[in-house]
Each structure stands twice: as C-alpha cells, then as structure tokens.
Design a protein around this ligand. Structure first.
Ligand code: SUD
Length: 205
C-alpha cells in the first residue's frame, strides 16, 4: 500500500467588521480574518496539505488571489477541489492533524465542534481529525491567525484498477461514481469538478 504525507500552512490578519470563520465554522468573536476569500485560515492550510500530498500545486495556483471569482468565496470550495485531486490521484485520507496559532478566541472549548465540522467537510470521522491551538507567545503576532496542517493519505485503489475504471467512465455520472468509489460514500461528491488546471502548461518552456 502506498502512502503520502502533505503539509500546509496559512496566515491571515484579524480585521474588524467581518465574520470569523475557521474550519468552516462561524465563531462568535469581535473580529474576523481578512482575506480575498472568507479568510478561513484552517481550511486553506488543510487544502494545501492535501494538494501537497499528491504534488498538485497549491491553493493559489488553483484559486489565484487576483481572480475576482474567489472574492469572499466559501473556502469549502477550495477544499472540495483538493479532495477531488487526491481522489483522482487514487488516494484517500488516513488522518489529518492541525495546529492553530492565535491569541483569541480560545479554541479549546470549541475544538470538538471544529473537529466534527472539518471531518464532515473532508468526509472522514471526527476521530481522524486533530485540532490543536497555541497562543503565539513571544511571536508578537496577536493580530494574526496562523494554521498548520499535516495529512496522511493511503492509496485507495491500484493504478491498474483506477486506469480501468476511469477509461470505462464515459459520462459525468460514471466519473462521479468512480470518484465515489475512491473516496467512499460518506459525502456528496456530485458538486465536485475540476475548476482550473493547477498550472498553465502553455507557460512551460
Ligand atoms: C484563498 C485565496 C483565494 O483567492 O485567497 P485568500 O483568501 O487567502 O486571500 C487564495 O487561493 C490564496 O492563495 P495563497 O496561495 O494563499 O496566496 P499567496 O500566498 O499570495 O500565493 C499566491 C501564489 O503565488 C505563489 N507564490 C507565493 C509566494 C512566493 N514567494 N512565490 C510564489 O510563487 C504561490 O505558490 C501561490 O500559487
């Protein structure tokens, strides 16, 4: 069985007047996180960990901050694309682990809820998601939220099986069935669809 690891990191500054969204959860707080998207620092780090695990580039190569389409975007869209990338590569998640570094709000009291939400978005069990938090002691970063994420993947199927299944899939429904086989039935994959290529191959010389 083939296994892969991935690591992701992100940071966003706190900003007044916007809702705080971390791990797909709206959290009651005086400030939210600034960003081109909804600023969900945790989902961005997990997205990069997943993409990195299958060498598929990074969140910015799929969803450039310069692209108006991603203004205020729900970051679960980015995560769904990364999940599709790992499924197409023939992998599924074994577990993920994360660290949030932020002065406030306190994550401990909502860690269970966060674990459940992130697990739901990833289509895994809450016990396969680690959520930890640190205060940025000595870092002088009280107005910034930082997230680190690691992910372990295992091969979902043999490359031969995958090639045969993909070759036999003529319609979008059949392709969705292939993706479902690869990632399991625990989440709806009907909305999945490759948004943009990871890299513009025309740029390659
Ligand atoms: C999620 C989004 C949605 O638009 O925006 P935010 O909500 O974070 O603002 C973006 O995907 C958020 O992309 P993110 O990857 O964090 O942005 P940046 O750090 O500015 O990097 C943008 C792109 O530049 C590349 N890059 C960045 C820095 C660097 N020294 N060299 C690079 O080549 C990265 O690989 C990435 O592909």
């Amino acid at each position: 069985m083939s296994m892969r690891i991935g690591y992701g990191f992100d940071s966003h500054a706190f900003k007044a007047g916007v809702p705080l969204v971390i791990g797909g959860l709206k959290i009651e707080h005086s400030e939210g996180l600034a960003g081109h998207s909804d600023g969900d620092v945790l989902l961005h780090a997990i997205t990069d960990a997943l993409l990195g695990a299958v060498s598929a580039g990074d969140i910015g190569s799929f969803f450039p901050p310069s692209d108006a389409r991603w203004k205020n975007a729900d970051s679960s869209i980015f995560l769904q694309t990364a999940l599709e990338e790992i499924a197409v590569a023939g992998y599924r998640i074994v577990n993920i682990d994360t660290v949030l570094v932020l002065a406030a709000p306190k994550i401990g009291p909502i860690a269970g809820e966060l674990r459940e939400r992130v697990a739901e978005l990833l289509g895994v069990k809450p016990g396969e998601v680690g959520i930890k938090a640190k205060t940025p002691e000595g870092l002088n970063q009280d107005h910034v939220a930082v997230a680190h994420a690691t992910v372990l993947l295992e091969s979902a199927t043999s490359p031969e099986q995958l090639t045969a299944m993909t070759a036999a899939a003529d319609t979008e429904d059949q392709m969705n069935a292939v993706v479902k086989t690869l990632v399991g039935d625990s989440r709806d994959v009907s909305a999945l669809g490759r948004k943009v290529p990871a890299f513009d191959t025309d740029d390659l010389t």
